[in-house]
Design a protein around this ligand. Sequence first.
Ligand SMILES: O=P(O)(O)OC[C@H]1O[C@H](OP(=O)(O)OP(=O)(O)O)[C@H](O)[C@@H]1O
Length: 193
Amino acid sequence: MLDKLKESLRNSPVIKKGEYDYFVNPVTDGIPLTEPELLEEVAEEIVRRFRPEADKIICIEAMGIHHATVLSLKTGIPFVVVRKRRYGLPGEVAVHQMTGYSEGELYINGVDSGDRVVVIDDVVSTGGTLLAVLEALREMDVDVRDVITVIDKGEGSRVVRERTGFTVKSLVKVDVIDGRVKVEDIPAGGPHD
Ligand SMILES: O=P(O)(O)OC[C@H]1O[C@H](OP(=O)(O)OP(=O)(O)O)[C@H](O)[C@@H]1O
């Protein structure tokens, strides 16, 4: 199960971003090469495990977009992208994103009070991105049905659960130890489901 994903993660180079150990992988960076079979394996497993049902999929620029695209094609659920670019459209909501190595603004458009949504991203690490987006969606009275990431890294999913009550559902757990990516299965129906 998820053999392509786990193999690609184990082979991911790790770079330092300041003190942060950053693994580089097609799922999270679109490099070195994003093979359709990997995207297919990831999306198939998300559908099989979590059966997403919603009015909209919400993904976060940039590396949530390719996963949302495949999931949208598979489920027929349309998706909207939380962008790093301000549009100034009526109702736009800006949130401040902080990760383990960067910070910036994210802009939510195309999401309305009462929408039933599934939030998807490539990875949760410190939880800073999901915290900002989920708190904004709660303020907007949006009905968040599921929060899904392909990869669970570090302590971010615990932080998100403690601060928002949402359980982040992920496919695999990774940690960087001595400059190498270690991958653990998350059993289907496990603590993340
Ligand atoms: O849990 P966190 O510590 O917030 O880290 C997770 C976030 O980090 C990356 O976003 P980033 O904006 O850095 O990169 P991207 O544009 O490549 O998606 C990733 O796509 C997640 O959104």
